[in-house]
Design a protein around this ligand. Sequence first.
Ligand SMILES: [Zn+2]
Length: 245
Amino acid sequence: MTALRHPVRRLLAPLVVVLAVAGCAGTTDADNSTNRQPESRQTDGPGDSDSSGQMKDDISSAVKSIETYWTSFFEAQGGQFSPVKDVFPYDSPSDGNCGGEAFAQNNAFFCPSGDFIAYDEIFLSREYRDIGDAFVYYLFGHEYAHAEQAALGISHRLTIQHELQADCMAGAYLGDSVRAGSLEIEDGDIDELLDSLALVGDQPGVPWFAEGAHGSGEQRTQAFAAGYQGTSAGGSSLNTCFQTF
Ligand SMILES: [Zn+2]
């Protein structure tokens, strides 16, 4: 996925088609983590520095394009966007806490009390390697959506509603940015996005009303797609997410 200046509306079609057949539920709990047992928490070996350098570049491009998106959204509402205080990696739970709760492994999250987004670097490196760069745009689009839910005073009775709305808002950010020509979808990115959503889906059997439920891979994919496609009425696709969830 790349930030550039060419509208590529035509690339939306594959997403619509693929969704018709998507259905595999993923495995997860906490915010955007995965239950997949990492083969090891080994940090990058020699020669992996290129990919971690590339990953860091992609993270800063993604965060920059997300903040640009939200800046224009708030301006259009006559309001002002304020970015989160910090976006940073951690390697172990002892690296910090959010409201007294230690950082979790294999996780990424927005911390309201500290106004920051933090991510387990080893977890992200592994998924970046296994899925691709689109995972970064989806993940930070989702976590930043939580920051904007807080900024807009949005809360939900059920965790699953809050999480699916954040997936929808991540889809809106990507869809609107592609339509506006500030992001380009490259070959394979649609599959990477679908793999990302399948990866973070709840384990089969997690009740939708459970505290911490996020939705199955299929539910998360449909929420993301609703935001990505937006409305024919025009305007920000975020409106779809605010009306639907
Ligand atoms: Zn979330």
